[in-house]
Design a protein around this ligand. Structure first.
Ligand SMILES: [Zn+2]
Length: 453
């Protein structure tokens, strides 16, 4: 099957006390409160009431035809088959229709779906600019980090926090040769070229500066500073769609020489361009740290027909994580590495590395995700973050429905993992409740300094 338009690159395929505390239990989580099979009812009920901070999503604004929800929208690399969990006939969607829109039917016949579409339009109209906030209230999320090129109407702080995209800043030279390395990349690189043009145009920089120093000074740093001023709490690399994650330590002189050689014209060799990108990745990460923004990095087994999963292994990031000059930058392995989840767990030894479960909350069953969480929570529970990767997957599968499903699955998986730890005598009930609160909420509050000073 193929997914309709408005899909996003990420399934992988990103406060005041009144906001962060003291809120009543979410109204729309009836399904989330019924314990998943084998889970302890008490810990399940406790987790259902935690007001979440969601580390990663692509929420839509209420702007008509919203096109800023992803730097690399996956519709450009369609068609490809998505895993079973994400297909429209997965019963989770039906459960989400019931929870969010009081869908009264047990089937998805054409007549019933037309009725549902009219209900969805009615709610969107009634809620207007408040629709995204209404969604958060339904799914029990207090703060949603949303990974977008730019924010838009309906997505205001403190409930919505911005995570920008920065891969384009790493790609100042011609990307023609890089794009030719796979049919997907042929479609994706031009989008990065366009985004860099947009960033430069925002700064009134008409053409590519002649030297690397000038590029850093007039394009990279000012773009990051503008994003920080615009409320960014983190910047995101989707680099795994475009190259492998082995960002080596390249001397500035080497990078400057490569930049200067091709700034005016010409196609850099892959080796040269990789070295320049490696240098820029670390520069961007260092600047993000200086500006108090975390660095999010996509790490998962997909998506697409030509995606290179081997290049998305979090172990490839170890050299960058070990860079002493990057120790004031906090990194988050987004989607927890997928099949490489234990590798992501190994990176948690680094003092500045975190990970989230986003995407896995949509693509894995709660039982499978629980196994992943079990490993991480036994090691570094203070560095594991809840995340949904909620995004619009099609006309009948909007981001609000994905948010509901992912949040339900994330809570269920956490309940299963903690139940196992309680029953094995590894943690007390009190400690399990503490870990649940950390994962669903307070780890992110601490990382992004979301609490009032
Ligand atoms: Zn995403």
């Amino acid at each position: 099957m193929s997914v309709s338009r408005h899909t996003h690159a990420a399934w992988l395929l990103a406060c005041a006390c009144a906001v962060l505390g003291c809120a009543p239990p979410p109204p729309g989580d009836a399904a989330a409160t019924s314990a998943p099979r084998g889970a302890d009812p008490e810990i399940t009920a406790f987790i259902a009431k935690i007001r979440a901070v969601d580390n990663h999503s692509h929420a839509n604004s209420v702007a008509p035809g919203d096109s800023d929800q992803d730097a690399l929208p996956l519709e450009v690399i369609f068609p490809f088959d998505v895993p079973v969990q994400l297909r429209p006939d997965n019963p989770d969607w039906l459960a989400a229709y019931k929870a969010l829109y009081k869908y009264p039917h047990a089937d998805m016949s054409d007549a019933h779906m037309n009725e549902l579409r009219s209900t969805m339009q009615g709610v969107a109209k009634e809620q207007g600019d408040k629709f995204p906030t209404w969604v958060l209230d339904q799914v029990g999320t207090e703060v949603l980090l949303t990974n977008r090129v730019a924010m838009g109407p309906g997505l205001a702080p403190p409930r919505f926090r911005w995570v920008s995209y920065v891969d384009a800043l790493m790609l100042p030279l011609s990307t023609k040769a890089e794009a030719a390395t796979s049919p997907d990349r042929e479609k994706l690189f031009p989008l990065e070229d366009k985004l860099l043009q947009r960033y430069m145009s925002d700064l009134n920089v008409a053409k590519r500066p002649a030297t690397l120093d000038a590029y850093l000074e007039t394009v990279v740093t000012p773009t990051l500073e503008a994003q920080q001023r615009g409320g960014c709490v983190a910047v995101k690399f989707e680099a795994a769609f475009l190259r492998s994650l082995d960002f080596e330590d390249v001397p500035a002189a080497t990078a400057s020489k490569i930049y200067a050689k091709y700034a005016a014209t010409g196609e850099p060799s892959h080796a040269d361009y990789k070295a320049l990108q490696d240098y820029l990745f670390r520069y961007i990460a260092r600047e993000a740290g200086r500006l108090g923004m975390a660095v999010h990095i996509h790490s998962f087994g997909g998506p697409g027909n030509f995606y290179r999963a081997a290049g998305a292994d979090p172990l490839l990031l170890e050299s960058a994580f070990n860079d002493p000059t990057l120790r004031t930058t906090n990194f988050v392995i987004v989607h927890g590495g997928g099949v490489y989840a234990p590798h992501a767990g190994a990176m948690l030894w680094k003092p500045n590395v975190y990970l989230d479960m986003s995407g896995m909350t949509l693509l894995y069953t709660p039982a499978k995700l629980a196994e992943v969480l079990r490993d991480w929570l036994t090691q570094y529970p203070e560095k594991v973050l809840f995340g949904s990767d909620a995004a619009a997957f099609g006309p009948d599968t909007g981001w609000e429905l994905a948010a509901w499903i992912a949040t339900k699955n994330g809570r269920a998986a956490l309940a299963l993992a903690l139940t196992d730890m309680i029953r094995n005598g590894e943690v007390s009930r009190a400690r399990a409740a503490e870990i649940a609160t950390m994962v669903m909420r307070t780890n992110a509050v601490t990382l992004y300094k979301l609490e009032p000073k």
